[in-house]
Write a protein that binds this ligand. Structure first.
Ligand code: ATP
Ligand code: MG
Length: 425
């Protein structure tokens, strides 16, 4: 083949695009119930926005960024995640201002780009659905986002999930823990991977997130950040846990979980699924947390925030067969068949009339004989077939057959609207 899509990208083609629409609609419906509004930000941003927010030592910034210099000499990056751009927009549009009701709750969906080794559920262009809530420091806000993610998953019939939470505490907790972690890791310096050696002093929490097997062994016995939380941070985390309990949300705590982005503090969480279609073991499909310093970091006032991002490709791999069949169920109401050469102009008018009355309709455009047209109606699983032949033309009518019951009616064009409402409901 002469032209092929770039490595790590995918075409979303019919009929599978319906599955995407289904998931996106479920997300819109869910977020709407929680009073979130949509925000759309550019696919590319200044590189600095991502290095500033995700952190200079994050995998995203050091290895995975699609960045380039544009013709004006600007350092640009295709967004690797959604939060940084949304925060940039929040600041630039002064959504923190008094005229905006707090918290400001927004959601987005769209493509993200990371230069990764492509495999199942891991692409270079992938899609995230995400939410951000600005202006509330309440632990109950953290819990709302978690509950909302679980609700969305439920809507698409993904119910066997594992919610993993941790707290990274506030600045004080973090710097106390940082010191303790460095003290623990230093004696192991020689055994650590190159990446982790480099990060040990720059950003030791990163070492906890290492994918290296040997690093993971060492990290297992590292001190827990939960032992270093300040009074305030402990209180925040305690409320998160009790509020999750109040909502009947089961969770486990993993004190070694730090997430791949530097901007988090206090609550972080991942929603995992153990499903063979995603590979071995628990795979994360949704991840998020609180980022109280990020708005300031990107030039805004002090303003707390919390949110999550959910991988659409991974979610789609979890859709069950029943759900897929339901999504793909034919929804063509009427296929209009013309018999004889004179019928063409009548069928096109009739098809149009159906559509103008909110009825999903189609007809033949390949000059097929009636037999072929009926076959098309069959293939498209049309619920009704309308037929126009010479007799119908002269009577100013058409035949409408219910394909489920086999009942056929003659319908005069003069009472089209009332009849159609009656028949198609
Ligand atoms: P991983 O450890 O799997 O690389 P991550 O920590 O980099 O994940 P996040 O940045 O938290 O992932 O993104 C949130 C979600 O977005 C992930 O849980 C996953 O569902 C999805 N995601 C991340 N990277 C990719 C990718 N390259 N292809 C497809 N989905 C992705
Ligand atoms: Mg990653």
């Amino acid at each position: 083949m002469k032209y092929q899509k770039p490595k790590g990208t995918a075409d979303i083609i019919p009929p599978f695009s319906k599955e995407w629409q289904f998931v996106e609609q479920a997300a819109r419906d869910t977020f709407n119930l929680y009073n979130y509004s949509e925000i759309r930000t550019p696919i590319f941003e200044s590189f600095d926005i991502f290095s500033r927010s995700a952190g200079d030592t994050s995998d995203i910034v050091t290895k995975e960024m699609y960045d380039f210099e544009d013709k004006g000499g600007r350092h640009i990056a295709l967004r690797p995640e959604g939060t940084a751009g949304v925060v940039r927009a929040f600041v630039e549009n002064k959504l923190y201002g008094p005229e905006h009701q707090k918290p400001v709750k927004v959601y987005y969906m769209g493509p993200m780009f990371r230069y990764e080794r492509p495999q199942s559920g891991r692409l270079r262009e992938f899609h995230q659905i995400g939410v951000e809530a600005f202006g509330s420091a309440s632990p109950r806000m953290d819990v709302e986002t978690i509950a909302m993610a679980i609700d969305l998953l439920k809507k698409v019939d993904v119910t066997k999930v594992k919610v993993v939470i941790n707290s990274l505490g506030d600045a004080q907790s973090r710097s106390d823990y940082r010191e303790a972690l460095i003290n623990y890791l230093e004696p192991h310096f020689g055994e650590l991977s190159r990446d982790s050696q480099e990060r040990l002093h720059k950003n030791p929490l990163r070492v906890l997130d290492s994918k290296d097997k040997n690093d993971q062994e060492i990290v297992k016995n590292a001190p827990s950040i939960l032992e270093y939380l300040t009074e305030d941070a402990q209180q925040h985390f305690a409320t998160v846990k009790s509020a999750l309990g109040d909502l009947g949300i089961d969770y486990v705590i993993d004190s070694n979980m730090v997430r791949g982005l530097d901007y988090y503090n206090h609550t972080i969480f991942e929603i995992m699924v153990n499903n063979s279609s995603l590979g071995h073991g628990d795979v994360t499909i949704c991840a998020g947390g609180r980022y109280n310093g990020l708005v300031e970091e990107l030039g805004g006032p002090e303003c707390p925030g919390v949110g999550f991002g959910l991988g659409v490709e991974r979610l789609l791999l979890l859709l069950g067969e029943d759900a897929k069949q339901e999504i793909q169920k034919s929804d063509l109401d009427v296929y209009v068949v013309g018999i004889g050469d004179d019928a063409r102009s009548y069928t096109q008018k009739l098809v149009q009339l159906f559509r103008e009355n909110g009825v999903k309709a189609d007809q033949d455009y390949l000059e097929r004989k009636p037999k072929g047209q009926f076959k098309s109606a069959d293939k498209l699983k049309a619920k009704f077939v309308a037929t126009i032949g010479d007799e119908e033309i002269s009577n100013n009518s058409f035949k409408l057959k219910n394909m489920l019951t086999g009942v056929e009616e003659d319908i005069n064009n003069s009472d089209f609207e009332s009849k159609i409402k009656e028949i198609l409901g």
